[in-house]
Design a protein around this ligand. Structure first.
Ligand SMILES: C[S@@+](CC[C@H](N)C(=O)[O-])C[C@H]1O[C@@H](n2cnc3c(N)ncnc32)[C@H](O)[C@@H]1O
Length: 200
């Protein structure tokens, strides 16, 4: 799979990925990581755990990956066709404020995203999805109906989810991603958090 550190892109195979992660008790995968701020934050906050950020857009990852902590890695890939090197790797997985094809993938029953997610997770993997009203409006859903639809899709895919939780502007301000901050201070600071565990 293609990884990035600063402006330098290279390829990492499954054996090399195992070698860099094997001393850590858990691996977290953040899909649609944007500028990678969440990954950098989690890697510093939890130095005994390994954190992987993945996004289709390489430009946003140049800065954060240049000074990334040793327990983090940045991957350039399409979440709808995740690299085989990540198969079975995720003890926990987050998708924070998705838009575009990643959000559409979560909304559609026949999206290739589901096969990707099933490959990289295992029974017991924790999932956190945070959705915002503006992105769903662009996809022609309201925040509430979009969240209900995505919750239904995730349950169909074998995730047992807690009831959806509304996030306030205060919650967004405190959440360590760039998009959360932007939403918190923007015109539509409404978001919903879905969380649960993969059962089967
Ligand atoms: C609104 S931004 C959120 C970024 C980050 N999670 C945050 O909270 O700051 C959505 C991100 O999803 C990424 N994205 C959209 N579709 C994707 C796909 N199919 N595969 C990988 N990344 C995707 C975009 O490139 C963008 O960086």
């Amino acid at each position: 799979m293609e990884i990035i550190r600063g402006k330098q892109a290279s390829f990492m195979d499954a054996a090399a990925l195992t070698a860099v992660t094997e001393d850590y008790p858990s691996v977290h995968l953040d899909l649609g990581t944007g500028d990678g701020r969440y990954v950098a934050h989690q890697a510093v906050a939890q130095p005994r755990h390994f954190v992987i950020g993945l996004d289709a857009c390489r430009e946003n990852l140049v800065e954060v990956s240049r000074r990334a902590p040793g327990n983090s890695l940045f991957v350039i890939a399409n979440a709808l066709d995740l690299p085989g090197e990540l198969d079975g790797m995720a003890d926990s997985l987050s998708i924070n404020f998705p838009w575009g094809s990643l959000l559409e993938g979560l909304l559609l029953a026949d999206s290739p995203l589901w096969a990707s997610l099933r490959r990289v997770t295992r029974p017991g993997t924790r999932l956190d999805v945070r959705l915002n009203g503006g992105a769903l409006a662009e996809a022609h859903w309201s925040l509430e109906t979009g969240a209900v639809q995505i919750r239904r899709m995730l349950i169909e895919q074998g995730f047992a989810l807690r009831p959806a939780e509304k996030l306030t502007a205060g919650d967004l301000k405190a959440f360590p991603t760039s998009w959360a901050k932007r939403l918190a201070f923007g015109r539509d600071p409404r978001a919903i958090h879905l969380t649960g565990l993969r059962q089967v």
